[in-house]
Design a protein around this ligand. Structure first.
Ligand code: SF4
Ligand code: SF4
Length: 451
């Protein structure tokens, strides 16, 4: 395959094309990795390079390994898999890159290549199959597992397991601490519902509700609906929607991600909405990039294109729409942690900050390294727990240094990670989604007006 016309001239000097031993769309493509000019500007933005100082665990080093594997000069074996697995897929390297390397696309393709050409240890295969193929695509199974987890958390079993030392003995203590708290009532019951705009209708939007979020973030979804309706949006929660496919796609399980994408495209494009919104930056990034899962000759590719035109992160949407509902004063010092997939994946930096500053009385203090990953990164905190906790420790140190009472972010995964961080490191800080802060300000205004 000849180099793509848009590949920088310098790339062809560095990378000689050789026949690939791999075929099909699920592998890093020459025209994508050839954009890398080896400048190294991404290195110090990469959390794993900053931790270990190893070229093989830097964006440049990983891209080099993708090239070598593609050319058949490196085996697709344990070493390659280890370095690709250790990547957070945080995409900080994309923001730093002057050459336009789409690193997220590359690493997800490399993971798909691994999924299709490498045999992982049995326990890993079983766990991945269970989660990505037999759990996430099935809402009823998610609800069933959540009921069991909720019983564990509320019956006293969790407390007993934590105090008995059993979790430590099983090597599960750290992972268990990162387990999401399960709601008593799930958001699944709201699928198919429509919530009317308060006052004049300014927009009609569809809410993307996610998978795990429907059993762990019902309160966040409800706050989202309150803020949207208060600002003149009719909110439809389409039934039939499924997990966005981000977790399978990030793990290289692309066949599952594709099937989920097809269902969601069908569900959300059935009706005409002004926008499709999500309060999860991790989901939003994948939803906006559904096109990458399909080849240009597939109908789903064109559907994904139309879908992308409507897809908005909640903060992006509210910022563009403009807040009209009155916000009550909140005398608070807050700091904001950028979600990687909002900042680096979707290039949205200012919208959440503007929304926070719109609340009277709120002082926004910038945190050092706010644009660095908190270590959540999808299932990374489960698969690479120690690295995740190391990154979290640094993050909480930065958060503590701001003296903020509240850490605000824009993604459920980051919320969970930093809530665990605030507990582990005893910072005493509350962790909220931007929309939860807005919701509290709405309540404060309502309470004030009723006095
Ligand atoms: S995605 Fe993040 S962890 Fe992976 S190479 Fe890029 S900066 Fe490093
Ligand atoms: S900044 Fe971009 S071009 Fe430079 S080494 Fe990193 S990925 Fe390659």
């Amino acid at each position: 395959m000849p180099p793509a016309a848009e590949a920088p001239e310098s790339a062809s000097r560095h990378i000689a094309r050789a026949p690939s031993g791999f075929h099909g769309p699920d592998k890093p493509e020459y025209e994508d990795y050839a954009r890398c000019i080896h400048c190294g500007l991404c290195l110090n933005q990469c959390p794993t390079y900053r931790l270990w100082g190893l070229e093989a665990d830097s964006p440049r080093g990983r891209i080099r390994q993708m090239l070598l594997v593609d050319e058949g000069r490196m085996t697709l074996g344990d070493t390659f898999v280890q370095h690709i697995d250790r990547c957070l897929d945080c995409r900080a390297c994309e923001t730093a890159c002057p050459s336009g390397v789409e690193y997220g696309k590359l690493v997800e393709a490399a993971r798909a290549q691994i999924e299709q050409n490498y045999r992982r240890p049995l326990a890993s295969r079983l766990a991945r199959n269970l989660v990505f193929r037999h759990l996430l695509p099935h809402p009823r199974r998610i609800a069933a597992v959540a009921r069991v987890a909720g019983f564990y958390q509320r019956s006293g079993l969790q407390r007993a397991a934590r105090h008995s030392g059993m979790l430590r003995w099983l090597g599960l203590a750290d992972r268990e601490r990162l387990m999401p708290p399960v709601d008593r009532e799930f958001f699944f019951s709201k699928l198919g519902c429509t919530f009317s705009a308060i006052g004049t209708r300014r927009a009609r939007v569809a809410l993307f509700a996610g998978c795990i979020a429907q059993v762990s973030f019902t309160a966040l979804h409800e706050a989202t609906i309150r803020v949207l309706t208060a600002n003149g949006c009719e909110v439809v929660v389409p039934s039939g929607q499924l997990c966005c496919g981000a977790l399978p796609a990030h793990a290289g399980v692309r066949d599952v991600a594709r099937e989920l994408a097809r269902v969601n495209l069908d569900v959300f494009l059935r009706e005409d909405f002004d926008a499709i919104v999500t309060n999860a930056a991790g989901c939003g990034s994948t939803l906006k990039e559904y096109e990458q899962l399909f080849t240009t000759d597939e109908p789903a590719y064109h559907a994904a294109h139309a879908f992308r035109a409507k897809m908005r992160d909640l903060t992006e949407f509210l910022d563009a729409l403009g807040l009209v509902a009155p916000l009550g004063e909140r005398r608070l010092r807050v700091t904001y942690q950028d979600s990687c997939h909002l900042l680096h994946g979707q290039k949205i930096r200012e919208a959440p900050r503007r929304l926070i500053r719109a609340i009277p009385g709120v002082e926004l203090v910038e945190m050092r390294l706010a644009d660095n990953c908190c270590g959540s990164a999808g299932v990374y905190n489960v698969t690479e727990t120690q690295t995740s906790l190391d990154l979290l420790a640094e993050k909480m140190e930065c958060a503590r240094a701001t003296d903020a009472e509240i850490i605000v972010t824009a993604n459920p995964g980051c919320l969970l990670q930093m809530r665990a961080g605030a507990e582990i490191h005893r910072t005493g800080q509350e962790v909220l989604h931007v929309v939860e802060l807005l919701d509290r300000a709405l309540s404060a205004a309502a309470a004030h007006s009723s006095i």
